[in-house]
Write a protein that binds this ligand. Sequence first.
Ligand SMILES: Cc1cc2nc3c(=O)[nH]c(=O)nc-3n(C[C@H](O)[C@H](O)[C@H](O)COP(=O)(O)OP(=O)(O)OC[C@H]3O[C@@H](n4cnc5c(N)ncnc54)[C@H](O)[C@@H]3O)c2cc1C
Length: 470
Amino acid sequence: MSTAPHVVVVGGGLAGMAAGLACADGGARVTLLEKRAHLGGLTWSFSHDGLTMDNGQHVFLRCCTAYRGFLDRVGSAGDVELQERLEVTVLRRGRRATLRRDRLPAPLHLGRSLLTYGLVPLAERARLGVAAAALARVDLDDPALDSETFEHWLRRHHQGPSAIAHLWDLICLATVNLPASEASLAMGAKVFQTGLLTDSAAGDIGWSRLPLGRLHGERGRAALEQAGASVRTGEGVQQVAPLGPVDGPPTAGSPRYVVRTGRGEVEADAVVVALPHYCVEEVLPPGALQADPARLGSSPILNVHVHFDRKVTDLPLAAGDGLAQWVFDRTASSGAERGQYLVVSVSGADEHIGRRPEDLGRDALSALRAMFPASAGAGVLSTFVTREHHATFRAAPGSAKMRAPARSPLRGLALAGAWTATGWPPTMEGAVRSGVAAARAALAATRTAGPGLGPELSVSAGPLRFQEVE
Ligand SMILES: Cc1cc2nc3c(=O)[nH]c(=O)nc-3n(C[C@H](O)[C@H](O)[C@H](O)COP(=O)(O)OP(=O)(O)OC[C@H]3O[C@@H](n4cnc5c(N)ncnc54)[C@H](O)[C@@H]3O)c2cc1C
């Protein structure tokens, strides 16, 4: 029998997989329990009309170092595209504008692009730099940032409606999954400081060349199993319960928790619960949560998948008008044998999520036709809509208080998930960071002064290249 501590991870999204890998790399025995048939959580893929589709387009930035470390750990780092230099084409109102960084240090790297950014009138453009400089100086640790919307702050800093719509919201919606009018200043400031205003390369955009199910779920499972973890899919957890007092130091050889699933019970020295914010409370024992994640609420994302019978654009990604907030060319990853397969991605999609697929398809198509003149004569082979009602939590003012830290008040029980208190918006980066933070908390709680619980554990000794988050 191994004397290594046993950590049970509940939930196999990015947070749970990162936690499982970090625990296994740190020397623990790991069992990961996932309700669905596959790992990957909110990043998953399926087949439809001969194409492999993702439930929704996912992108990351160069500054997403923990997520990129995860890709590296599971052997997927070579299967993503990462721009050498940030470049985004914005096709709106019959105009073409480009956001491109040049070789100057941040924040000057975007200066030239912003000066010529034709979607914002000259008078408003002249005020962009002042707001950017003020945003770069905001103290991200100041709790007051979470009591104001990002748009309120932008208006206080003399940003006009065009600048908000065509620049600030272009990025805020895609990263926070809420418009600036609803997003917390804390989240807006985090995104712009970390992604655009501090390091000139930080905002380069990356995306997968593979279906997400393979990039994350399949590779993640293989890496976990290779690290010795037992991965049990199709096994939902109903309850995590302590087996005795969990406020004192650990006792060698006595498991502290039992995890109840539909198939039986699993005992654990420590548990990482990496479930979504809206249902995590259902499985936790009393006292495990000081925060109130259910009150965070959810922000939806929908994607309209359009398969043209021919190529209509050379751009790998672009931002557009109306429904087409962002458009991505997914032809290669889908395995399409002809034509071009584009995905229209709609974040903060409250007003669209309940609409009929035929109406969404029609609006997406008219937005694409306005963006890409070459699509005028193109036939449409298929359209399809994917909706995620609980894509992310709502990162609105007041949300910081509802996000729980990785270490729960109960010894040996840690929390993970993009919704936990990572300081990041609800992203893949936040999910991976949360998983590593929870693994650290769980492993620390399994250490004992006495003999019998295996080697001294240290996640940093493993091959993960995650940044410190605590
Ligand atoms: C359409 C869409 C587009 C997005 N775009 C981006 C993007 O471009 N960039 C970005 O960084 N982020 C993006 N996100 C957000 C990102 O996907 C999430 O923040 C991240 O994947 C969350 O990971 P997680 O592990 O915290 O949660 P989840 O992925 O929700 O994982 C939780 C897991 O727990 C499982 N589970 C639930 N209940 C139980 C139970 N009782 N027992 C066992 N298992 C259970 C679930 O099945 C799931 O696998 C997007 C999200 C969506 C939906």
